[in-house]
Design a protein around this ligand. Sequence first.
Ligand code: VG1
Ligand code: CO
Length: 544
Amino acid sequence: MITTFATTPFDGQKPGTSGLRKKVRVFQQPGYAENFIQAVFDVAERPAGSALVIGGDGRFHNRTVIARAIRMAAANGYARVLVGQGGILSTPAASHVIRKYGVSGGLILSASHNPGGPEEDFGIKYNIANGGPAPEAVTEAIYARTQNIDRWLMVEGGAEVDLDRVGTAQVGEMTVEVIDSVADYADLMEELFDFAAIRAAVASGALTMAFDAMHAVTGPYARDILEGRLGFPAGTVRNGVPLEDFGGHHPDPNLVHAAELYDLMMAPDAPTIGAASDGDGDRNLIIGKGVFITPSDSLAMLAANAHLAPAYAGGLKGIARSMPTSTAADKVAAALGIPLWETPTGWKFFGTLLDAGKATICGEESAGTGSDHVREKDGLWAVLLWLNILAVTSKPVAELAPEHWARFGRNYYARHDYEAVESAKANALMAELEASLAGLPGCSFGPLTVAAADQFAYTDPVDGSVSNRQGVRVMFACGSRIVFRLSGTGTEGATLRVYLERYEGPDGRLAEETPAMLADLIAAAEAIAGIAAHTGRTAPDVVT
Ligand code: VG1
Ligand code: CO
């Protein structure tokens, strides 16, 4: 029943920031997904009798690849596969299921915040036994294997597994368990947070919310937890039915793609809090009534108030953030007397810190926040921690945020994305920028003087692995900063990300508009990198 299919390598099956992401039509080439999955199975650490978790964000092509992956797992000697009902598992839920059932790893089928549909994006990511994304050593080994792969294995014949019915089935020698996609995860959330306090605040009418699931994977989770367990009225979860093409939208919870939610939250009759999540449920957008909270600030504010939730009442062991994320969390770590870890972009770099108990809360400027409860960023987790804090303090976001800034200072922050730039042009920009780094210190751009400039390199404090060239940093004497890097998740040309940050101390200007506060930095970024000259673009496509 096990068939060996001869194959030859495909170019470019190199996992990026978060797995292998390509256009659906690339994944639809015969053998493309199979080659990659076989490469994973060939290099993954999986002792005899191992189990595997499979789930995805429900986007177009999800079910096709899941059906193939199940048959391949059976042919490759897995004893058991756990798959979410309908092929659905949010990324944090998959991480939790891997940990809870002690399996050797998982395949997460998602291109996250990238759009879905026949002409859009698909992705495959492998997570290891700790529930987190495979570290670079593993993704490098997978990539190396894709370059010399010559066969893949699959069990043929027998009925297809009915993904829509919870229960067990047999594929060859392997058992397939179709599990409830939501229950394990929702139970975990109930353990972490003060659901009774949130329920009481909801019941009294003091705490109201709007949650935009963006027709992505979080819908069923948000309905169960927010409308079911916490008692928010029906309709609190908007766009709650996962669609294969996310309704034609980008499931990216930022001010551009969740503009409707933003407008709602700026209206006079806005609810207490508005939130949204992305394609695979690991990102979060937080908007208080009348006030947007940047993801970097959200990380800092959550860390400062985490002790109000039962799971974190004993304090935090440390905070970790990706390098381009603002330094707002650093101020909180200093005040709490705990370490602050600065890692390269991508959640895979937090895994060792979480496993070693060096950090409890982690975050990225790209709307990712999470803790040691799983090994992925977790959109609903962040929303629930905000709800917990709002319920316990009875203060609106518009009061909590200024209080935070008055204590720690405020990091004005924005990210400018230049999307689908011709790769050669983006590479030339970065190369020229790198070549200019040594000469930058001492140079002035308007009122800003460069204090230091470098390429960020990271040595993992736990396993000693080194990751070079993780983004160009230009640091100014006043404490402001610009970071330049190319995205590792795009599927079309290159995306240039420019991260801008300006710090104002507790006695500084705390209530200004962000664009005005960053104007000098924006001009400096153009002068330093020659963005218009290299790319022909005079303005970013997306500002978040
Ligand atoms: C982006 C974000 C990064 C995030 C990654 C995966 O990567 O910047 O912070 O970890 O997406 O997020 P890049 O290389 O494009 O900048 V998700 O929610 O798309 O899995
Ligand atoms: Co995501």
